[in-house]
Design a protein around this ligand. Sequence first.
Ligand code: ASP
Length: 370
Amino acid sequence: MISRRDLFISGAALAAAGGQARAAGSKNIIISSANGLRATARAMEMLKKGDDTLDAVIAGVNINEEDPEDNSVGYGGLPNEEGVVELDASVMHGPTRRCGSVASIRGCKTPSKIAKLVMEQTDHIMLVGEGAGRFARECGFPSENLLTEKSRLAWMVWKQSLRDKNGHSNWGPGLDAPPAKTTASNELKKIFPHADEETLAWALEVALHPPTGTINCLALNAKGEMSGVTTTSGLSWKIPGRVGDSPIIGAGLYVDQEVGGAGSTGRGEENIRVAGAHTIVENMRHGMSPKEACLDALKRVARNFDNDRERLSKIDLNFYALRRDGEYAGAALWNRAQSPAADGSRRKPRFAVNDGGESRLENSVWLLER
Ligand code: ASP
Protein backbone atom coordinates (compact mmCIF):
# COMPACT_ATOMS: atom_id res chain seq x y z
CA MET A 1 0.00 0.00 0.00
CA ILE A 2 1.25 3.50 -0.79
CA SER A 3 1.58 5.65 2.31
CA ARG A 4 1.04 9.39 2.48
CA ARG A 5 4.79 9.75 2.98
CA ASP A 6 5.56 7.77 -0.24
CA LEU A 7 3.14 9.94 -2.10
CA PHE A 8 4.79 13.06 -0.73
CA ILE A 9 8.28 11.83 -1.66
CA SER A 10 7.34 10.88 -5.21
CA GLY A 11 5.59 14.23 -5.62
CA ALA A 12 8.68 16.07 -4.43
CA ALA A 13 10.93 14.02 -6.72
CA LEU A 14 8.69 14.82 -9.65
CA ALA A 15 8.76 18.51 -8.88
CA ALA A 16 12.57 18.45 -8.60
CA ALA A 17 12.68 16.84 -12.03
CA GLY A 18 10.49 19.54 -13.50
CA GLY A 19 7.54 17.21 -13.50
CA GLN A 20 4.93 19.58 -12.14
CA ALA A 21 1.92 20.20 -14.32
CA ARG A 22 3.00 22.86 -16.79
CA ALA A 23 1.27 26.16 -17.09
CA ALA A 24 -1.16 26.09 -19.97
CA GLY A 25 -0.34 28.12 -23.05
CA SER A 26 -2.77 30.92 -23.73
CA LYS A 27 -3.48 30.31 -27.37
CA ASN A 28 -4.74 27.67 -29.75
CA ILE A 29 -1.99 25.62 -31.43
CA ILE A 30 -2.30 22.70 -33.82
CA ILE A 31 0.66 20.73 -35.15
CA SER A 32 0.73 17.77 -37.50
CA SER A 33 2.89 15.79 -39.87
CA ALA A 34 3.87 17.67 -43.04
CA ASN A 35 0.84 16.39 -44.95
CA GLY A 36 -1.43 18.27 -42.56
CA LEU A 37 -1.54 21.84 -43.89
CA ARG A 38 -5.25 21.54 -44.65
CA ALA A 39 -5.92 19.45 -41.55
CA THR A 40 -4.31 21.95 -39.19
CA ALA A 41 -6.23 24.80 -40.85
CA ARG A 42 -9.56 23.05 -40.45
CA ALA A 43 -8.78 22.03 -36.86
CA MET A 44 -7.88 25.64 -36.04
CA GLU A 45 -11.16 26.93 -37.48
CA MET A 46 -12.95 24.56 -35.15
CA LEU A 47 -10.93 25.55 -32.09
CA LYS A 48 -11.72 29.19 -32.81
CA LYS A 49 -15.42 28.30 -32.79
CA GLY A 50 -14.93 26.73 -29.38
CA ASP A 51 -15.17 23.10 -30.52
CA ASP A 52 -13.56 20.37 -28.51
CA THR A 53 -9.87 19.67 -29.23
CA LEU A 54 -10.52 16.05 -30.21
CA ASP A 55 -13.39 16.94 -32.55
CA ALA A 56 -11.10 19.54 -34.12
CA VAL A 57 -8.17 17.22 -34.87
CA ILE A 58 -10.46 14.45 -36.14
CA ALA A 59 -12.23 16.86 -38.49
CA GLY A 60 -8.78 17.97 -39.65
CA VAL A 61 -7.45 14.52 -40.50
CA ASN A 62 -10.78 13.55 -42.10
CA ILE A 63 -9.61 15.72 -45.02
CA ASN A 64 -6.68 13.35 -45.62
CA GLU A 65 -8.71 10.24 -44.90
CA GLU A 66 -11.36 11.19 -47.46
CA ASP A 67 -8.92 12.42 -50.11
CA PRO A 68 -8.45 9.75 -52.81
CA GLU A 69 -5.19 11.41 -53.87
CA ASP A 70 -3.60 10.88 -50.45
CA ASN A 71 -2.19 7.39 -50.81
CA SER A 72 -1.06 7.04 -47.23
CA VAL A 73 -4.27 7.49 -45.29
CA GLY A 74 -7.90 6.38 -45.54
CA TYR A 75 -9.62 6.26 -48.94
CA GLY A 76 -7.02 5.76 -51.68
CA GLY A 77 -4.42 4.41 -49.22
CA LEU A 78 -2.03 1.85 -50.68
CA PRO A 79 -3.34 -1.66 -49.97
CA ASN A 80 -1.93 -4.76 -48.34
CA GLU A 81 -0.29 -7.53 -50.36
CA GLU A 82 -3.71 -8.86 -51.37
CA GLY A 83 -4.86 -5.51 -52.73
CA VAL A 84 -7.11 -4.75 -49.76
CA VAL A 85 -6.89 -1.40 -47.95
CA GLU A 86 -6.59 -1.91 -44.18
CA LEU A 87 -6.55 1.16 -41.96
CA ASP A 88 -5.35 1.95 -38.42
CA ALA A 89 -6.19 4.94 -36.22
CA SER A 90 -6.09 6.12 -32.63
CA VAL A 91 -7.48 9.09 -30.72
CA MET A 92 -6.77 10.45 -27.27
CA HIS A 93 -8.79 13.08 -25.42
CA GLY A 94 -6.81 14.98 -22.82
CA PRO A 95 -9.59 16.45 -20.64
CA THR A 96 -11.27 13.08 -20.01
CA ARG A 97 -8.02 11.09 -20.27
CA ARG A 98 -9.83 8.64 -22.53
CA CYS A 99 -8.68 6.98 -25.73
CA GLY A 100 -9.82 4.63 -28.49
CA SER A 101 -8.36 2.90 -31.50
CA VAL A 102 -9.03 0.60 -34.44
CA ALA A 103 -6.57 -1.54 -36.36
CA SER A 104 -6.75 -3.41 -39.68
CA ILE A 105 -10.22 -2.04 -40.28
CA ARG A 106 -11.58 -2.52 -43.80
CA GLY A 107 -14.30 -0.74 -45.77
CA CYS A 108 -14.35 2.51 -43.79
CA LYS A 109 -12.78 5.74 -45.07
CA THR A 110 -12.53 7.48 -41.71
CA PRO A 111 -11.05 5.14 -39.09
CA SER A 112 -10.37 8.11 -36.80
CA LYS A 113 -14.14 8.53 -36.36
CA ILE A 114 -14.50 4.85 -35.50
CA ALA A 115 -11.65 5.09 -32.98
CA LYS A 116 -13.56 7.93 -31.28
CA LEU A 117 -16.72 5.82 -31.25
CA VAL A 118 -14.82 2.96 -29.63
CA MET A 119 -13.75 5.46 -26.96
CA GLU A 120 -17.25 6.86 -26.47
CA GLN A 121 -19.60 3.95 -27.05
CA THR A 122 -17.76 1.00 -25.54
CA ASP A 123 -15.74 0.22 -22.47
CA HIS A 124 -12.98 -1.16 -24.70
CA ILE A 125 -10.07 0.79 -26.09
CA MET A 126 -9.10 -1.11 -29.23
CA LEU A 127 -11.07 -3.02 -31.86
CA VAL A 128 -9.34 -4.82 -34.73
CA GLY A 129 -10.07 -6.43 -38.08
CA GLU A 130 -13.48 -7.90 -38.70
CA GLY A 131 -14.83 -6.84 -35.29
CA ALA A 132 -13.79 -3.24 -35.92
CA GLY A 133 -15.50 -3.31 -39.32
CA ARG A 134 -18.70 -4.77 -37.87
CA PHE A 135 -18.68 -2.14 -35.13
CA ALA A 136 -18.36 0.60 -37.79
CA ARG A 137 -21.35 -0.83 -39.72
CA GLU A 138 -23.37 -1.00 -36.50
CA CYS A 139 -22.55 2.65 -35.92
CA GLY A 140 -23.98 3.47 -39.34
CA PHE A 141 -20.86 3.60 -41.51
CA PRO A 142 -21.56 1.80 -44.81
CA SER A 143 -19.00 -0.66 -46.17
CA GLU A 144 -17.13 1.09 -48.98
CA ASN A 145 -14.46 0.13 -51.49
CA LEU A 146 -11.36 2.07 -50.50
CA LEU A 147 -9.12 0.96 -53.38
CA THR A 148 -8.90 3.76 -55.94
CA GLU A 149 -7.82 3.04 -59.52
CA LYS A 150 -4.48 4.75 -58.83
CA SER A 151 -3.78 2.60 -55.77
CA ARG A 152 -4.90 -0.54 -57.62
CA LEU A 153 -2.46 0.28 -60.42
CA ALA A 154 0.37 0.76 -57.90
CA TRP A 155 -0.50 -2.60 -56.35
CA MET A 156 -0.46 -4.29 -59.77
CA VAL A 157 2.90 -2.73 -60.58
CA TRP A 158 4.21 -3.94 -57.23
CA LYS A 159 3.03 -7.46 -58.05
CA GLN A 160 4.74 -7.25 -61.43
CA SER A 161 7.96 -6.20 -59.72
CA LEU A 162 8.05 -9.17 -57.32
CA ARG A 163 10.67 -11.58 -58.60
CA ASP A 164 12.44 -14.66 -57.34
CA LYS A 165 16.22 -14.92 -57.51
CA ASN A 166 16.00 -15.90 -61.16
CA GLY A 167 14.03 -12.77 -61.92
CA HIS A 168 10.77 -14.66 -62.31
CA SER A 169 7.39 -13.24 -61.26
CA ASN A 170 4.14 -15.20 -61.21
CA TRP A 171 2.47 -12.04 -62.46
CA GLY A 172 4.76 -11.75 -65.47
CA PRO A 173 4.37 -13.75 -68.66
CA GLY A 174 4.82 -17.53 -68.70
CA LEU A 175 8.17 -19.08 -69.67
CA ASP A 176 6.69 -19.83 -73.10
CA ALA A 177 5.99 -16.16 -73.80
CA PRO A 178 9.15 -14.38 -74.98
CA PRO A 179 10.45 -11.80 -74.55
CA ALA A 180 10.48 -11.48 -70.78
CA LYS A 181 8.99 -8.24 -69.52
CA THR A 182 10.81 -6.02 -67.11
CA THR A 183 9.35 -3.43 -64.79
CA ALA A 184 11.14 -0.50 -66.40
CA SER A 185 8.55 2.19 -66.94
CA ASN A 186 8.60 1.92 -70.75
CA GLU A 187 7.78 -1.78 -70.40
CA LEU A 188 5.11 -1.00 -67.85
CA LYS A 189 3.51 1.30 -70.38
CA LYS A 190 2.91 -1.76 -72.56
CA ILE A 191 1.36 -3.69 -69.69
CA PHE A 192 -0.76 -0.77 -68.48
CA PRO A 193 -1.45 1.18 -71.70
CA HIS A 194 -4.18 3.33 -70.15
CA ALA A 195 -2.03 4.71 -67.34
CA ASP A 196 -0.24 8.02 -67.88
CA GLU A 197 3.55 8.19 -67.60
CA GLU A 198 3.59 10.20 -64.42
CA THR A 199 1.31 7.75 -62.61
CA LEU A 200 3.37 4.81 -63.85
CA ALA A 201 6.63 6.38 -62.69
CA TRP A 202 5.06 6.96 -59.27
CA ALA A 203 3.67 3.40 -59.19
CA LEU A 204 7.10 1.98 -59.99
CA GLU A 205 8.73 4.08 -57.30
CA VAL A 206 6.24 2.99 -54.61
CA ALA A 207 6.48 -0.62 -55.80
CA LEU A 208 10.24 -0.64 -55.38
CA HIS A 209 10.29 1.44 -52.18
CA PRO A 210 7.13 0.58 -50.23
CA PRO A 211 6.13 3.88 -48.70
CA THR A 212 4.69 4.52 -45.31
CA GLY A 213 2.51 7.53 -44.68
CA THR A 214 0.28 8.72 -41.95
CA ILE A 215 -1.12 11.86 -40.44
CA ASN A 216 -0.66 12.67 -36.78
CA CYS A 217 -2.36 15.82 -35.48
CA LEU A 218 -2.13 17.34 -31.97
CA ALA A 219 -4.14 20.22 -30.55
CA LEU A 220 -3.88 22.59 -27.61
CA ASN A 221 -6.58 25.19 -27.00
CA ALA A 222 -6.43 28.44 -25.10
CA LYS A 223 -7.91 26.73 -22.03
CA GLY A 224 -4.96 24.32 -22.00
CA GLU A 225 -7.00 21.34 -23.18
CA MET A 226 -5.22 18.86 -25.44
CA SER A 227 -6.08 15.99 -27.78
CA GLY A 228 -4.48 14.00 -30.58
CA VAL A 229 -5.19 11.63 -33.44
CA THR A 230 -3.08 9.41 -35.69
CA THR A 231 -4.52 7.73 -38.78
CA THR A 232 -2.92 5.69 -41.56
CA SER A 233 -3.17 3.01 -44.20
CA GLY A 234 0.09 1.71 -42.74
CA LEU A 235 2.92 0.09 -44.63
CA SER A 236 2.02 -0.52 -48.25
CA TRP A 237 2.00 -4.17 -49.45
CA LYS A 238 1.96 -5.31 -45.80
CA ILE A 239 0.95 -8.82 -44.79
CA PRO A 240 -2.81 -8.70 -44.13
CA GLY A 241 -3.32 -8.05 -40.44
CA ARG A 242 -0.04 -6.19 -39.98
CA VAL A 243 -0.53 -3.39 -37.46
CA GLY A 244 1.95 -0.56 -37.10
CA ASP A 245 2.35 2.03 -34.39
CA SER A 246 -0.46 4.40 -35.37
CA PRO A 247 -3.29 2.67 -33.46
CA ILE A 248 -1.07 1.74 -30.51
CA ILE A 249 -1.70 4.15 -27.65
CA GLY A 250 1.74 5.12 -26.36
CA ALA A 251 3.51 4.45 -29.68
CA GLY A 252 1.80 6.32 -32.54
CA LEU A 253 -0.02 8.67 -30.17
CA TYR A 254 -0.02 9.72 -26.55
CA VAL A 255 -1.56 12.69 -24.75
CA ASP A 256 -1.31 13.55 -21.09
CA GLN A 257 -3.42 16.56 -20.24
CA GLU A 258 -0.92 17.66 -17.56
CA VAL A 259 2.14 17.52 -19.80
CA GLY A 260 1.54 17.43 -23.55
CA GLY A 261 1.05 15.17 -26.52
CA ALA A 262 3.20 13.36 -29.05
CA GLY A 263 2.73 11.31 -32.18
CA SER A 264 4.64 9.66 -34.95
CA THR A 265 4.82 8.82 -38.64
CA GLY A 266 7.23 6.50 -40.39
CA ARG A 267 8.44 2.99 -39.70
CA GLY A 268 5.93 1.86 -37.09
CA GLU A 269 7.77 -1.26 -35.97
CA GLU A 270 10.73 0.80 -34.78
CA ASN A 271 8.48 3.24 -32.99
CA ILE A 272 6.63 0.45 -31.18
CA ARG A 273 9.95 -0.85 -29.87
CA VAL A 274 10.60 2.43 -28.07
CA ALA A 275 6.95 3.27 -27.23
CA GLY A 276 7.84 6.59 -28.87
CA ALA A 277 4.89 8.87 -28.09
CA HIS A 278 4.76 7.81 -24.45
CA THR A 279 8.53 8.10 -24.11
CA ILE A 280 8.39 11.65 -25.46
CA VAL A 281 5.58 12.73 -23.15
CA GLU A 282 7.41 11.23 -20.16
CA ASN A 283 10.60 13.00 -21.24
CA MET A 284 8.69 16.29 -21.30
CA ARG A 285 7.17 15.49 -17.90
CA HIS A 286 10.68 15.21 -16.54
CA GLY A 287 11.72 18.57 -17.91
CA MET A 288 12.89 18.09 -21.49
CA SER A 289 11.81 20.47 -24.21
CA PRO A 290 9.72 18.91 -27.01
CA LYS A 291 12.81 18.92 -29.25
CA GLU A 292 15.02 17.20 -26.67
CA ALA A 293 12.26 14.74 -25.85
CA CYS A 294 11.84 13.70 -29.50
CA LEU A 295 15.60 13.44 -30.11
CA ASP A 296 15.98 11.28 -27.02
CA ALA A 297 13.33 8.88 -28.36
CA LEU A 298 15.11 8.79 -31.73
CA LYS A 299 18.38 7.98 -29.94
CA ARG A 300 16.65 4.96 -28.43
CA VAL A 301 15.72 3.82 -31.94
CA ALA A 302 19.33 4.24 -33.07
CA ARG A 303 20.54 2.37 -29.98
CA ASN A 304 18.30 -0.57 -30.91
CA PHE A 305 20.51 -0.91 -34.00
CA ASP A 306 23.74 -0.33 -32.06
CA ASN A 307 23.87 2.99 -33.93
CA ASP A 308 24.62 1.06 -37.13
CA ARG A 309 24.04 3.70 -39.84
CA GLU A 310 23.82 1.12 -42.57
CA ARG A 311 20.80 -0.61 -41.02
CA LEU A 312 19.32 2.65 -39.76
CA SER A 313 19.48 4.03 -43.31
CA LYS A 314 16.56 1.73 -44.21
CA ILE A 315 14.29 3.47 -41.72
CA ASP A 316 12.42 6.77 -41.74
CA LEU A 317 10.82 7.88 -38.51
CA ASN A 318 9.33 11.22 -37.46
CA PHE A 319 8.08 12.43 -34.11
CA TYR A 320 5.90 15.44 -33.29
CA ALA A 321 5.49 16.88 -29.81
CA LEU A 322 3.34 19.66 -28.38
CA ARG A 323 3.81 20.65 -24.76
CA ARG A 324 0.99 22.03 -22.67
CA ASP A 325 2.69 25.42 -22.44
CA GLY A 326 2.53 25.70 -26.24
CA GLU A 327 6.12 24.79 -27.10
CA TYR A 328 6.34 22.27 -29.93
CA ALA A 329 8.77 20.43 -32.21
CA GLY A 330 9.08 17.95 -35.04
CA ALA A 331 12.06 15.58 -35.17
CA ALA A 332 13.21 13.03 -37.71
CA LEU A 333 15.70 10.20 -37.63
CA TRP A 334 17.37 11.42 -40.83
CA ASN A 335 17.86 14.84 -42.41
CA ARG A 336 16.44 13.45 -45.67
CA ALA A 337 13.74 10.85 -46.13
CA GLN A 338 14.69 7.56 -47.73
CA SER A 339 11.46 7.40 -49.70
CA PRO A 340 10.48 10.35 -51.82
CA ALA A 341 7.54 12.63 -51.11
CA ALA A 342 4.48 12.45 -53.39
CA ASP A 343 6.20 14.86 -55.80
CA GLY A 344 9.32 12.68 -55.92
CA SER A 345 11.52 15.03 -53.87
CA ARG A 346 13.52 14.09 -50.78
CA ARG A 347 13.07 17.26 -48.84
CA LYS A 348 14.36 17.97 -45.38
CA PRO A 349 11.86 16.82 -42.77
CA ARG A 350 9.16 19.29 -41.87
CA PHE A 351 5.89 19.42 -40.01
CA ALA A 352 2.76 21.57 -40.18
CA VAL A 353 1.81 24.21 -37.64
CA ASN A 354 -1.19 26.47 -37.22
CA ASP A 355 -1.21 28.91 -34.33
CA GLY A 356 -4.17 30.97 -35.41
CA GLY A 357 -3.24 32.30 -38.85
CA GLU A 358 -2.32 30.42 -42.01
CA SER A 359 -1.00 26.88 -41.68
CA ARG A 360 2.72 26.69 -42.40
CA LEU A 361 5.51 24.13 -42.59
CA GLU A 362 8.38 24.36 -40.12
CA ASN A 363 11.65 22.47 -40.21
CA SER A 364 12.07 19.43 -38.00
CA VAL A 365 15.31 18.75 -36.19
CA TRP A 366 17.05 15.48 -36.98
CA LEU A 367 19.35 12.97 -35.37
CA LEU A 368 21.42 11.66 -38.30
CA GLU A 369 22.64 13.06 -41.60
CA ARG A 370 23.05 11.32 -44.94
N1 ASP B 1 3.64 4.59 -38.91
C1 ASP B 1 2.81 3.96 -39.89
C2 ASP B 1 2.90 2.48 -39.75
O1 ASP B 1 3.98 1.96 -39.50
C3 ASP B 1 3.15 4.29 -41.28
C4 ASP B 1 3.65 5.65 -41.55
O2 ASP B 1 3.62 6.51 -40.73
O3 ASP B 1 4.09 5.95 -42.64
O4 ASP B 1 1.91 1.83 -39.97
